[in-house]
Design a protein around this ligand. Structure first.
Ligand SMILES: Cc1cc2nc3c(=O)[nH]c(=O)nc-3n(C[C@H](O)[C@H](O)[C@H](O)COP(=O)(O)O)c2cc1C
Ligand code: SF4
Length: 456
């Protein structure tokens, strides 16, 4: 069984409230941090090897060390609780069940950065979670963990929760900062990075909810202890939100390094395929990461068993692998239409593009239209190549990574499932029903088209 660091106390009655949280050792990391030199806390986080859990996997300690403490400007810690990536719902679970864990991490992290004003930016759709956080923050103030002169240390800190208005792009850290400043959530051109010029032009660290929630354990137990969990550069535990055609959907805390096979098929985790149908594909890290066909899922291109680590899930590059991303694990059986799924994702990215750069603003719309055509039986073979060209021209040519996030799922779908796109073009009468592969699963009709390799 995986060690639990974040969700260890999730089943303690009343753990949402201050008293129960304090009884299981809550806020001990704040007491310890107040006695440490801020740079020593940063050092512990570096030693832990913790990588940002928001999607990019950037080392948290290193990010913290970029804050220029000599700039004379106040620093800020901003918690990214925007969580809008389709398939990802782990931060919601953590904040809903363990709000004080996040607040403890915010205080300890702020002490490390010498920040006296920090924010939690939460997506507008999580209004009930916003209220849970507000209540917990009020309890933290009432018990002397926030406000002036925390526990007689002379250290002052305020933490505010701010609600977004429901835009996916506000999860991108610079758009989030713009939104926090009261402006439209348009991503900024980087550099300068937030560590140099972030909120109100001050040095700012933006971290994901799960990254911040891991800080209390690291401070209490030391970075080296945290680094003992996991494999190689994938240290610690990771929350995975699992959905789709599996027996046990939900949020799981796993030790990084867990074999993919065990995660998928053991009763402790996903319990195997729902209705025992064949596995067709998996999107292991939220809608932005490449879809992985079943044959590349359990083993990498070298035939080695795949592990739940940043490295193993991306081993082989996009030609034969995917990414850990935000841990939004979506499983598809053979009744899933990959074209329809890709069209659905494309609709989302087109809708969420902020429109600042033309490859993303125009390209996401073109991809959505072409995918609609193919899915509804009006496509032709040139459309598939056109789609390929458009996604190529978006990737890497935009201000923020939303463009890449829109391009990668399309590229992977064509790369691995081109035969399915061709099937849609060649047999429009067979896809009239929107649930066409439910009526006639892909396994039964795929012999009608020849699988062509897309070499990239
Ligand atoms: C379009 C877009 C949406 C994003 N949404 C989120 C999000 O909802 N939550 C999050 O933590 N990071 C999100 N990110 C990543 C953030 O920009 C940033 O890398 C992250 O908050 C850093 O925290 P971490 O280092 O702890 O992972 C998003 C990035 C992009 C490009
Ligand atoms: S890539 Fe898209 S979302 Fe990002 S800045 Fe450009 S238009 Fe906006």
């Amino acid at each position: 069984m995986s060690k639990k660091i974040l969700l260890e106390h999730i089943n303690v009655p009343g753990i949402q409230g201050y008293e129960a949280y304090r009884k299981v050792g809550g806020y001990a990391s704040v007491e310890k941090a107040l006695k440490m030199a801020p740079l020593d806390i940063v050092e512990e986080v570096k030693k832990s090897g913790l990588r940002g859990r928001g999607g990019a996997g950037f080392p948290t300690g290193m990010k913290w060390s970029f804050i220029d403490k000599k700039s004379g400007k106040p620093a800020h810690l901003v918690c990214n609780a925007d969580e809008s990536e389709p398939g990802t719902f782990k931060d919601r679970y953590l904040m809903e069940k363990l709000p004080h864990l996040l607040i403890e991490g915010m205080i300890t992290g702020s002490i490390a950065l010498e920040a006296h004003l920090s924010y939690i930016y939460i997506r507008g759709e999580y209004m009930w979670v916003y209220r849970i956080l507000e209540r917990a923050i009020n309890e933290a103030y009432a018990n002397g963990w926030l406000g002036k002169n925390i526990k007689g240390s002379g250290y002052d800190l305020d933490v505010h929760v701010t609600c977004g208005a429901g835009a996916y792009i506000c999860g991108e850290e610079t758009a989030l900062i713009e939104s926090l400043e009261g402006k439209r959530g348009n991503p900024r051109i980087k550099p300068p990075f937030p560590a140099v010029s972030g909120l109100w032009g001050n040095p700012t660290v933006v971290n994901n909810v799960e990254s911040i929630a891991a800080i209390p354990y690291i401070v209490n137990n030391g970075g080296e202890e945290y680094a003992k969990i996991g494999v190689g550069k994938s240290t610690g535990t990771k929350l995975i939100s699992a959905s789709g055609h599996i027996k046990n959907p939900g949020v799981y805390e796993i030790e990084l390094g867990l074999p993919v096979d065990e995660f998928m098929n053991s009763d402790e985790y996903l319990g195997g395929m729902y209705s025992d149908r064949p596995l067709k594909a998996v999107v292991p890290g939220g809608s932005s990461v490449p879809i992985l066909p079943a044959e590349l899922f359990y083993k990498n291109a070298k035939g080695e068993p795949r592990l739940m680590t940043y490295e193993s899930l991306s081993d082989g590059g996009f030609a034969s692998a995917s990414m850990m991303g935000s841990g939004g694990f979506i499983v598809y059986d053979d009744t899933t239409c990959v074209v329809r799924n890709t069209w659905n994702f494309s609709r989302f990215y087109h809708h969420e593009s902020c429109g600042q750069c033309s490859p993303c603003r125009e390209g996401t719309g073109w991809m959505e239209k072409i995918l609609w055509r193919i899915e509804h039986g009006y496509g032709n073979m040139e459309d598939i190549d056109l789609l390929w060209e458009i996604q190529r021209k978006i990737e890497g040519n935009t201000i923020c990574p939303l463009g890449d996030a829109a391009a990668w799922p399309v590229a992977a779908a064509i790369r691995h499932f081109r035969d399915e796109f061709e099937f849609h073009v060649k047999y429009p009468e067979k896809i009239k029903d929107r649930n066409h592969f439910v009526a006639e699963p892909w396994e039964k009709v795929k012999h009608l088209v020849k699988k062509e390799e897309v070499l990239v």
